[in-house]
Design a protein around this ligand. Structure first.
Ligand code: MG
Length: 240
């Protein structure tokens, strides 16, 4: 029986140091570029991972490739980084078919992202708030516009931003992160792409699981056979 798990990482399989108040029985989960531990898996998160020891686990993360490479788990199959904009193959290289998709779509959005970044910086100045705006580049491609800061400031910024400059982008907000995602930065689209590859490569039936905590994960989780959601999460909050 083949089981494939598509799993978000942060706040699903581990929490950053800032969110871990009690570290008893926690396991190191990521390293920072400095070499320090960046995140920990709780005993419950470790138990969840161990249930799927014999499965193929595919990370589906907002992290860039370099940050994903510092996660202390062995991912031996495909990997999805930068909110779905990057699909990495078994050889740890950008998947060649996915590269063709990026080659076609990314140039159409690069300028739009530059303009959106400038607009957001102007809005930040007008609102007099402290947030950081940047374009996240990964593997040589502009992947999405990222804003980090206090959740209240991010809400103010979303309300201020005009509809024209964000048209066509998907807006994802959770906690201290706000992202404006072009159509090729879609976790659901990347998972759908890999599901097709798995089905073509395997004659046997495959069962797909989706793990995630954010509303932005719900799309890719919904195209899996089963979904697993942490209790303390944005999705669980909506279900409550
Ligand atoms: Mg998450």
């Amino acid at each position: 029986m083949t089981v494939v798990v598509f799993s978000d990482l942060d706040d699903t399989l581990f929490h950053t140091k800032r969110k871990c108040l009690d570290l008893s029985e926690h396991k190191d989960a990521t390293a920072l570029s400095s070499g320090e531990v960046g995140a920990y898996s709780s005993p419950q998160q470790q138990a969840l991972i161990s249930l799927f020891n014999d499965s193929i686990i595919i990370p589906v993360t907002g992290r860039r490739t370099d940050s994903l490479n510092r996660v202390l788990m062995d991912f031996s199959s495909y990997k999805i980084a930068s909110h779905g904009a990057i699909v990495i193959n078994h050889q740890n290289k950008l998947d060649p078919t996915w590269r063709l998709i990026l080659g076609k779509e990314e140039p159409q959005w690069r300028n739009r992202m530059d303009q959106l970044k400038q607009q957001l910086e102007l809005d930040v100045e007008r609102l007099d708030i402290e947030v950081r705006v940047r374009i996240v580049n990964d593997q040589g491609y502009a992947c999405y516009v990222c804003v980090k800061g206090d959740p209240l400031y991010l809400k103010l910024l979303i309300n201020k931003t005009d509809k024209e400059s964000t048209e066509g982008f998907t807006v994802h907000a959770n906690d201290r992160n706000l992202a404006f995602l072009p159509p090729y930065a879609s976790k659901r689209r990347a998972v759908d792409f890999l599901k097709c590859l798995f089905k073509n490569e395997n004659n046997r039936h495959i069962t797909f699981f989706g793990f995630g905590d954010s509303l932005s994960d719900a799309g890719f989780m919904s195209i899996c056979d089963f979904q697993i959601i942490p209790s303390n999460s944005q999705i669980a909050e909506v279900l409550r």
